[in-house]
Design a protein around this ligand. Structure first.
Ligand code: ISE
Length: 354
């Protein structure tokens, strides 16, 4: 009888001794998604320990990850002997402390965005990693691993589009979780486009103008939605970001780069288009939220991180780092400030540690 083919076995179902043992902090919507990914679709990794402030949720999610166990606190996840690397998917306000603990323990960490809810906290992480003398922190800006984003980045690097003149972004969510505020609009949502500036243009935004149009009646009370951000970089590229998070329809992320040699757009829906004679309708569907839309990007991001942890480099090529997280937080802070007389707010950055 021949042995079963490895390819037929889902990765998590047959843990190998050399697998990277991942501890997961926070297994709500995004964390549970990552546990599934690590257990079912990621090669060379398995979830060993996990925690959540809601123990019952942690138990339920653990039951889906063969060989994992639940602990009471995130500190126990970081300290656990059977955890080689940590994935953080808790709410943003806890990230600083949890990432600092991982650096202290010398464990590689993939932290969901944002790195922190203000630049001072984010810079603490940059400084701590620098003092530890080892690059340990990857930041979960998953769009960097999206196929369309990758193609656009490749085209820019190859000079096919010439000099980048404009980057036009649109970011739409069907709805948001309860408690979503204007601060979340910036640090949780627009932060993706803010990172896209660093990713595509290799330079951060140096100023921002946040424009508040009239608000949709579908927005939760107190939220200003939509918002329009206009960023500028040192070399003169202008970036627009139209953010609308309560469309009540679906999830859309579109990015258009206008360069001196041509324009390119990624993120246009390309699934099936149907003609429905009964309703006299023509069209397709949009994903309900970011999980189906970016499933391949999340898979690629986590797989690349696991491979980097396994080979000791800890941070995958093109991944966002602690510095990128700090830059994003500094730009977010500027985006949240009231407009100055000339309509813009400058971004202030600390010096990057050597
Ligand atoms: C959410 O946290 C995400 O990261 C999504 O990608 C983004 O579209 C959404 O606006 C955020 O709230």
């Amino acid at each position: 009888m021949t042995a079963p083919q490895d390819a037929a076995v889902p990765p998590g179902a047959q843990a190998a001794p050399q697998d990277v043992r991942v501890g997961v902090i926070g297994v709500g919507r995004m964390g549970a998604d990552h546990v599934e990914r690590l257990s079912q679709r990621t090669k060379g990794a398995r979830v060993s320990v996990l925690s959540d402030y809601a123990r019952e949720t942690a138990e339920k999610v653990s039951a889906t990850a063969p060989g994992s166990r639940v602990v009471d606190t995130w500190q126990e996840v970081v300290a656990a002997e059977d955890v080689d690397a940590v994935l953080i998917a808790s709410p943003g306000q806890f990230h600083r402390e949890q990432v600092l603990a991982c650096i202290d323990a010398g464990k590689p960490v993939l932290c969901e965005k944002p790195l922190a809810m203000n630049p001072a906290d984010a810079f603490d992480v940059v400084r701590a990693e620098h003092e530890a003398g080892a690059q340990l922190v990857s930041l979960g800006f998953m769009r960097r691993f999206d196929a369309g984003y990758g193609q656009l980045k490749d085209a820019l690097e190859a000079g096919e589009l010439g000099t980048p003149l404009l980057l036009n972004c649109k970011h739409r969510n069907a709805d948001v979780l309860p408690g979503f505020s204007d601060t979340h609009m910036v640090y949780d949502s627009a932060v993706h486009e803010i990172d896209a500036i660093s990713f595509f243009l290799d330079e951060p935004a140096t100023s921002v103008q946040t424009i508040v149009p009239r608000t949709t009646e579908k927005a939760p009370e107190g939220l200003h939605d939509p918002l329009l951000f206009v960023f500028r970089t040192a070399s003169g590229t202008v970036v627009t970001d139209e953010l609308w998070v309560s469309t009540n329809s679906g999830y859309e992320v579109r990015t258009e780069l206008v360069g001196s040699k041509g324009a390119a757009t990624v993120g246009q829906e390309s699934g099936m288009v149907t003609t429905q004679q009964a309703g006299s309708r023509w069209g397709g569907s949009v994903p309900v939220d970011f999980r189906p839309r970016f499933i391949a990007a999340y898979d690629a991001e986590v797989q690349a991180w696991v491979a980097a942890v396994a080979d000791g480099s800890n941070i995958a090529p093109r991944s966002a780092t602690a510095w990128d997280g700090y830059v994003a937080a500094a730009v977010c802070e500027a985006a949240e400030q009231p407009l100055t007389a000339d309509g813009t707010v400058d971004v202030t950055l600390q010096e990057r540690p050597a």
